[in-house]
Design a protein around this ligand. Structure first.
Ligand code: ME8
Length: 514
């Protein structure tokens, strides 16, 4: 994937039974960071998100709200678009499963599976959880406090008996295992891949892929009384947005296969069912499925019933967007579970942003304003050491960032950049330009120049996580807007002595806890 000139990344499409919370914001944010990084690195990117609007769960939520399903979906889907604006996602498309382009793709995929002999008609008798939109085997169930049967996720289950079409998933065990062997990077993190493999090794049952007990979904072609199982419908979104069934469509040819980013809760659908459906239809499986972990809130599982849902809109309102984006991407190793706590948030933001990066910029820029006439200082007295230590290492930093992000290690990419921030802070503390103002003003200018140029490079590299704040920082350095991609990191685009700078302002104020 690393050398490809195009990059396709998708978020799960979110159910519209509920309004967006921090978990949804997190997944999409990670995709946004990866998409922005690739764009700055000269890669043609397609970043897709959207909403999952069919199925019993949504139908019930609409009924509970006293609304027609379509009107209900229109309303809730809009809140996910709104989240995208507030979080500054750079998605290129937003797909809704109630759109015609998507229904057409689902029906075409179904027909392909049927033509290729992978579907048969039968009767489903078993357990179903509407909350999880998942069929469960008897052995998977757990016992609730009152002795009732529950899904392994704790969701209620109901017994279902109805005519159903089935996908012959049982025939895919060996083919999937072979595919996994041949594609060792198909699922990340590795531990999750092992879970997927052992699930498949345990044997696969045929999968019920149509329902007859409700109406809200895509009709099975030629069988209007059957509605497609919401997961076969939902997974198809990743290719319907590329123009499937037209496999010659420009986007499809350019971007498929892509990276499907998901939370660990829905890995099985993406790493087992999805590649099986695709291979059965003669389409390539995704290039990678990355399953990230889950957030808890102050140590507790996030749930509506506990009333501890974290509202991303409120968080951004209180702390500012880029602080939220930074915290979510930096605090927890991407792939692990993480805990959201107010004190950890404040500690992280005040430490990394206000103290480390913010102070560095503030110190450097205010000295330039005061002592260099508000212009980029001269670099005449820069030493070979200054350059070697701070400026010549950017290629190594860039390639380090690329490596981390090609394996979706977003936290490591940030910690690599913050090593650069620490080095620059150490440099300015050691060189003490404030002492040089009288003693050696030429050297003072060189020290401030070196620091400002290091800040320019770090700010360019940190744009994917904090696009607004880093743009402001680059504005403060008078870096032309069209010179902010990774091509511009090197010496050819270095700051030009004598360039006038705007009045410096603090970019990352300290958060006062109250
Ligand atoms: O599953 N921490 O939609 P969904 C981190 N429609 N991420 C979380 C989270 C948490 N506490 N809670 C939710 C669906 N998420 C299907 C997907 S795709 C073809 C269909 C994130 O609205 C995480 O990405 O329930 C998880 O996978 C997703 O929200 C589930 O969103």
């Amino acid at each position: 994937m690393a050398d490809k000139k195009t990059f396709y990344i998708t978020t799960p499409i979110y159910y519209v039974n509920d309004v967006p919370h921090i978990g949804h914001a997190y997944t999409s944010l990670a995709c946004d960071v990866l998409a922005r990084f690739k764009r700055l690195d000269g890669v043609e990117v397609m970043f897709l998100t959207g909403t999952d609007e069919h199925g019993q769960k949504v139908e019930k939520a609409a009924a509970a709200a006293g609304m027609e399903p379509q009107t209900f979906c229109d309303k809730v889907s809009e809140t996910f678009r709104e989240l995208g604006k507030v979080m500054n996602y750079s998605n290129d498309d937003f797909i809704r499963t109630t759109e015609q382009r998507h229904k057409k793709a689902c029906q075409a995929l179904w027909q392909k599976l049927e033509q290729n002999g992978h579907i048969y008609k039968g009767k489903y008798e078993g357990w179903y959880s509407v909350r999880d939109e998942t069929f469960y085997g008897e052995k998977e169930l757990i016992e609730g406090q009152g002795g009732e049967k529950l899904a392994p996720t704790g969701a209620a289950v109901e017994w279902v008996e109805e005519p159903s079409f089935f996908f012959k998933l049982s025939e895919w065990q060996d083919k999937l295992l072979k595919f996994y062997d041949e594609n060792p990077g198909f699922v990340l993190p590795k531990t999750r891949f092992n879970e997927v493999k052992s699930f498949v090794k345990g044997g696969l049952r045929d999968l019920s892929i149509s329902r007859t007990s409700f109406q809200w979904g895509v009709p099975v072609p030629g069988h209007k009384d059957h509605i497609m199982y919401v997961w076969i419908d939902a997974l198809t979104n990743y290719i319907s947005a590329l123009g499937y069934p037209d496999e010659q469509a420009e986007k499809f040819r350019k971007f498929w296969p892509g990276l499907n980013m998901v939370g660990k809760d829905i890995l099985r659908f993406h790493a087992v069912y999805w590649p099986a459906f695709l291979m059965a239809a003669g389409v390539a499986p995704p290039a990678r499925v990355f399953a990230h972990g889950w957030w808890t809130n102050e140590g507790q599982k996030i749930s509506k019933s506990l009333g501890n849902v974290i509202d991303p809109f409120e968080l951004v309102e209180e702390f500012g967007l880029d602080a939220v984006r930074y915290f979510l991407m930096r605090e927890v190793p991407f792939g692990n579970d993480g805990d959201f706590s107010r004190s950890a948030f404040i500690h992280r933001i005040n430490g990394d942003l206000a103290n480390d990066f913010g102070n560095l910029a503030q110190r450097c820029l205010s000295m330039i304003a005061k002592n260099c006439g508000g212009k980029i200082p001269s670099n005449q007295d820069m030493t070979g050491d200054d350059k070697k230590q701070f400026l010549d290492n950017y290629e190594k930093i860039l390639s380090g960032c690329r490596n981390w992000l090609d394996s979706q290690q977003i936290h490591n990419y940030l910690s690599l950049l913050w090593e650069g921030v620490s080095d620059a802070n150490l440099y300015i503390s050691n060189e003490q330009p404030w002492v040089l103002t009288k003693e050696d003003p030429k050297r003072m200018e060189a020290v401030l120049y070196t620091t400002a140029e290091a800040i320019r490079r770090l700010a360019i590299l940190a744009q994917p996580v904090m696009p607004d704040a880093m743009n402001k920082m680059l504005d403060l350095l008078s870096v032309p807007e069209e010179q902010r991609t990774f091509v511009h990191l090197g010496d050819d685009f270095a700051l030009k002595p004598g360039t006038p700078l705007p009045e410096p302002v603090a970019i990352f104020p300290r958060i006062q806890d109250h």
